[in-house]
Write a protein that binds this ligand. Structure first.
Ligand code: F0G
Length: 462
């Protein structure tokens, strides 16, 4: 096969490059490409940053927080000098003020995990309630720039909600492929509300993903999953924004849930870039946490084969990360390699309890996000018993990335607190079949009372 446009691009401001070290083919950034046409590996966006003055840019980023320009308000486009767009491309930007998510102290979680201090950055406080908005604003902007008419994604619910919203804003036709009956209701309601064509596929996420990939090869559909390198470019700004918020004092460790592995891959890439450009001189260790029933990256890591060990019929109640064949596994391995990181697993019980402890800190999140706190507790315990590859100290400066809003999946939370959360249950208005009950260790059950003041006063012991 000839290598189309495999040379002469290195002097362009931006271009695609195959991540395969023995291929490294380069392609024009204006093409709708997701994988290398030569060797099928994933592609990176390479940015030839010229005239970057690190200290000046750090100041400019900070000044923009006081501006009312929509590009400056966005926690993605505020950092536009580090994104693959030229000044003249910015007319295509579709933004909803995404980003700007706070970094919060979580003292109860810290104590639960055994850490001196733990902070979380809550990406669930985005316009559509998940971290996907960081990547979607960039991918939809690129879709507009390319003149796409129809865009599509497979999703466990959050990518589809985000894509539907940004496409509505941009007047683009959106088609979402979701596994029927396997996504949280809040997310399903969003795609319907935002006017996306919602295809409920009779299969799991992995089936939907390969279907939409094939369709994007055979038709003009522009694919918006994280296999699209522009999605990852947007998600990288989570790290830039975090470091900006921390006054560029770089934490020792960043913990993030792992599903399709787009987020962790994007963090790895920007950490490489920020180090190379001189924005940071220390690299935080990336720790990816998966649910034990959907842990292909963990399996891949422990087998050290360099080949993905997929999980057939991946399963977890944290439906956002119910994925057995993650698209970005090679980029995630690269991220772990560069940051001296690790991927571990947690059980359903550990996820459920960690989510309740986050709740006790006043912070709601999706089950998938709670894997971070559960993972920290596990790693610290293992590390103290000197029984693990990872060493971790209680006084490490750790930031956990929370990825989705609590109200995406309220059913999970209610069932936990009602002591009614089952690993396997099928519902038809009421539970008809159930097994594998989880313990509601920190249940906070509501109490039914008569509308009687005296009784309430005595109940409250006032
Ligand atoms: N947390 C939440 C809330 C998610 O929605 C996802 C992924 C992840 C974590 C995992 O992130 O895929 O980058 O490793 N959700 C995708 C979706 C798959 O379709 O909404 P990842």
């Amino acid at each position: 096969m000839t290598k189309p446009q495999a040379s002469g691009l290195s002097d362009q401001p931006f271009f695609f490059r195959c991540i395969n070290e023995s291929c490294k083919s380069e392609f024009d950034i204006g093409r709708k490409l997701y994988q290398c046409p030569d060797c099928s590996n994933l592609l990176d966006v390479v940015k030839n940053h010229s005239n970057i003055d690190v200290e000046k840019l750090k100041k400019l980023f900070r000044q923009r927080r006081a501006s009312n320009n929509p590009l400056d308000i966005s926690g993605v486009w505020r950092y536009r000098e580090l994104l693959p767009f030229l000044e003249e491309d910015l007319a295509h930007v579709v933004t909803m003020g995404e980003g700007n998510n706070p970094v919060l102290e979580t003292p109860r979680c810290a104590e639960y995990a055994g850490l001196d201090r733990l902070r979380v950055k809550h990406l669930g406080w985005n316009p559509t309630g998940s971290f996907k908005d960081y990547g979607m604003t960039v991918a939809v902007t690129q879709a507009r720039k390319l003149g796409s008419r129809v865009v599509a994604c497979a999703s466990t619910g959050n990518t589809s909600a985000s894509m539907a919203a940004y496409c509505a804003r941009a007047n683009l036709r959106a088609v979402v492929f979701i596994p029927k009956g396997q996504i949280a209701f809040g997310k399903l309601s969003q795609t319907m509300d935002f006017g996306a064509l919602t295809l409920q596929i009779q299969g799991d996420f992995d089936v939907a993903m390969s279907l939409v990939q094939e369709l994007s090869k055979e038709t003009d559909l522009y694919l918006m999953n994280s296999i699209n390198p522009f999605r990852l470019e947007g998600q990288q700004t989570v790290m830039i924004e975090l470091f900006d918020q921390l006054d560029w004092k770089i934490p020792d460790r960043i913990v993030v849930p792992g599903g399709n592995l787009g987020n962790s891959s994007s963090y790895g890439k920007i950490l490489m870039e920020l180090k190379e450009l001189g924005f940071i001189d220390k690299v935080p260790r990336l720790t990816i946490i998966q649910a034990s029933g959907a842990a292909p990256l963990h399996r891949t890591l422990v087998t050290s084969s360099g080949q993905l060990v997929p999980v057939q019929d991946a399963w977890t109640l944290a439906s956002a990360i119910k994925i057995g064949r993650p698209i970005s596994w090679k980029k995630a391995l690269r991220a772990l390699d560069f940051t001296d990181g690790w991927c571990d697993v947690v059980s359903e019980q550990e996820i459920a309890d960690a989510k309740a402890v986050l709740g006790s800190d006043g912070i709601g999140c999706e089950p998938a996000s709670a894997t971070t706190v559960a993972g920290l507790k596990k790693l610290l315990k293992l590390s103290q018993s000197h029984d693990h590859e990872v060493s971790m100290d209680p006084d490490e400066d750790v930031v956990a990335i929370l990825t989705g809003h609590q109200l995406k999946d309220p059913e999970y939370t209610v069932n936990y607190h009602l002591d009614n959360l089952y690993q396997h249950a099928s519902y038809e208005n009421r539970i008809v079949e159930k097994s594998g009950k989880l313990n509601s260790t920190f249940a906070n059950k509501p109490i039914v009372v008569e509308p009687d003041k005296k009784k309430i006063i005595s109940l409250l012991e006032l």
